[in-house]
Structure formats: C-alpha cells, structure tokens
Design a protein around this ligand. Sequence first.
Ligand code: NAP
Length: 235
Amino acid sequence: MKTAVVTGGASGIGLGIAERLRADGLHVATLDLNPAADDDFAYRADVSDPDQITAALTDVREKLGPVTVLVNAAGVEKYRRFQNLSFEEWKQIIDVNLHGVFHTVQAVLPDMMSANWGRVVNISSSSTHSGQPFMSAYVAAKSGLNGLTKSLALELGPYGITVNAVPPGFIDTPMLRRSEEKRLLGGTIEEHIQRTPVRRVGKPADIAAACSFLISEDAGYITGQILGVNGGRNT
Ligand code: NAP
C-alpha cells in the first residue's frame, strides 16, 4: 500500500484530494495549519517551515512507511494593489505557495528515489494562464510552481518520478467563499457560473479526480504537464 502526503489537507481542495486518495486505497497523511483533531494522520505543520515538515514526515514514515506520493495543495492568496503590497507580504505569499513546495519535495525525495518510483502533483492556479490584477505575488508564486514542475519532471524522470501540476479554476472551497464575501471575485459565484462554459462551479472532487489519475500507474508516461481543471474558463 502506497503512502501519500497531502499538504493543505484539512480544507477545500486538499481535503477532497485526501478523501479521494484514501478511497483509492492509499495511506494518506495530511499536513496543515489546523489539522482535524479526530485524524491520527493529520499533522500540524506550516509548509514554509522545513523543520515542521521534517518532524511530521519522520512520524509519517514510522507509522505509514516511505512516502512516494506527494500532493502540494496548501496555499494562501493575497489581493492587494501592487503599489500597496509590502515586501513582507510578497515574501509571505512566495514562502507558502512556492518555498513550501521546495521544502516538501526535498523532504520526500529520498523515499521516492529509494523506491525508484514517485508521484508529485502541485496544485497551482488558473490565474497563471493569463495573470490576475491585484494578485501579483500569488500569480508569481503559482507561475513559479508551474515552472518548478516542468524542471523537476525533466530532472526526476530518470528515477521513475513524475511531476505534474493541476491549476484549478473557480472551485467551491472556503477560499473561494471568503473571496466572494469580501467581493473580490468581480461578481458573485452565481454570476461566474453563467460565464463558465460547463455552467457550474467546480468541486474539490473535480481536482481530486485529476490528481487520482496523475498518481495512477496509467499516468506513468505523463510528466511535466500542466493539466487545467477549470470548466473551460481557461483554454
Ligand atoms: P482552502 O480551503 O483555504 O485550503 C487551503 C488549506 O491550506 C487550508 O487548510 C489552509 O489552512 C492551508 N494552509 C495555508 N497556509 C498553510 C501553510 N503555511 N502550511 C500548511 N497549510 C497551509 O483553499 P482551497 O481553495 O482548497 O485551495 C487549495 C489550493 O488550490 C491552494 O493552493 C490554492 O491556491 C489553489 N487554488 C484554489 C482555487 C479555487 O478556486 N478554490 C483556484 C486556484 C488555485 P488554514 O485555512 O488554517 O489557513
């Protein structure tokens, strides 16, 4: 039985991915800021802190064995006009969304290389397709994540490790609802649905289905790809 680590697994997309991978028959451990209290394999860890990741992974390995599947779903967004964005805010967004993935991939690589098999899926963002006003730090971090995905795919392919990215668009999660409440979406979710080709909001399960496939043996020849899951909003 394979062991997967899902960051951001306590909420929204990460939670949906963790549930799907469990249903697929994997052991799943989650890393998050506020983990579920009733889950023995839900770890409190800030992905921007390598020591917290190491501590959590040491325990995961002891209890569940080597980690050969990693899904990076932890993320934070920030809406701010660029001229008002402080360098501290910029760094905080890059720290979680991009440096966090640097830390988690480095932490699990030894397991994947020993197994000569591994799967990494990075949850980036549909905002990387065209940019997004007032989200420069976030889009820069997520675009960096797409680039990291492609480079790692080339570097790690010879070790049996695939690395892909899924940029979600318009998925109904606490993050999206918070943005709607703060009127940051440029319209309500209902209004956005009318502008979405498949005429619905996405669900965490839609992203989880893509991850499930990319993690499967069937996807072993797919690496370095950016698989948009966005209801046709970005083509
Ligand atoms: P969410 O419901 O807010 O879930 C994100 C999770 O990541 C939360 O549990 C959050 O914890 C956790 N987290 C934040 N900072 C962390 C850190 N430093 N260390 C560990 N965990 C951390 O948001 P979501 O919509 O599911 O987003 C999941 C991913 O999809 C994110 O990377 C996001 O950027 C990306 N995404 C989402 C959409 C969308 O339409 N929803 C679109 C594009 C991209 P707390 O809640 O406790 O802070």
